[in-house]
Design a binder for this molecule. Structure first.
Ligand SMILES: [Zn+2]
Length: 262
């Protein structure tokens, strides 16, 4: 029994952490293939801060060192939420607000949905690649989930979460992840490691192709020290030499004192 408990504990400790992110489609989904992915905004009906909120959400996904995603804000567009549903718009990715969210939501949104869903993000693709994406924000007057009812941090969190869907991510089972289905407990715009793993899986950094090298370990050959090593090594050698020298001199003094006639 004791052996069983020990084995069980070891299995728990040694088990690798499970990946929690999911993809918003096939498990072979590849994300957008064009780079950069150009993002446009129609600010009509939206909260006044929507443009700065969106830029912060874009910057968040851009901040993952292991991902090669290039997400670029391109400015304003006249494409309205009502034109997004059939994905016939010319832009790659559009964010717009809707005061008729029930009709403009690609899958429809009933009265219960209007009070719980503040935005929707989605994409269409060709083969395994994403070709176009949308984010539609609920600003239906009277709806509890109206984005105008949210604070600044929640608006940014919401836009970042929906951008994650548009880029190809599904919901994560990790409660601390931005891509967890419920943003209710979150106060700060930030990515969890699971979000970073997900976006890096869809948009890996190609260090030997289009993306420059990150920060490879570098051997300093500039000869910055007289001994040709790094400063800590030659300092250590210097101190060791001094210490041995002092020890030998102390021993010589002691021998000389012991040898003196009484
Ligand atoms: Zn979601």
């Amino acid at each position: 029994m004791k052996f069983f408990l020990t084995t069980f504990a070891l299995v728990i400790v040694l088990s690798p952490p499970a990946k929690s992110f999911t993809l918003g489609g096939s498990s072979l989904l590849k994300g957008f293939q064009q780079s950069p992915v150009e993002v446009y905004l129609n600010p009509d009906l939206c909260p006044a801060s929507i443009e700065s909120d969106l830029k912060k959400a874009i910057d968040l996904w851009q901040s993952v060192p292991s991902s090669g995603l290039q997400l670029q804000y391109q400015g304003l567009t006249a494409t309205a939420a009502s034109q997004l549903k059939d994905f016939s718009f010319p832009e790659a990715l559009v964010v717009a607000c809707s005061d008729d969210f029930g009709n403009d939501h690609p899958n429809g949104c009933d009265s219960t949905c209007l009070d719980f869903v503040t935005a929707v993000g989605g994409f269409i693709g060709s083969g395994l690649s994403i070709t176009k994406g949308l984010v539609i924000v609920n600003v239906n007057s009277g709806a509890q989930a109206n984005m105008h009812n949210l604070g600044s941090a929640q608006r940014q969190l919401l836009l970042a979460h929906e951008l994650g869907h548009t880029l190809g991510l599904g919901h994560s089972s990790e409660p601390s992840a931005l891509m967890y289905y419920n943003l209710g407990g979150k106060q700060r715009l930030a990515l969890h490691q699971d979000d970073m793993d997900g976006i890096s899986y869809l948009y890996p950094r190609d260090e030997f192709g289009s993306d420059p090298m990150l920060a490879c370990g570098r051997v300093d050959m500039s000869g910055g020290s007289p001994l040709g090593g790094t400063p800590p090594l030659w300092l250590f050698v210097l101190f060791l030499t001094l210490w041995i020298g002092l020890r030998l001199r102390f021993r010589a003094d002691s021998i000389q004192k012991l040898g003196e006639p009484l």
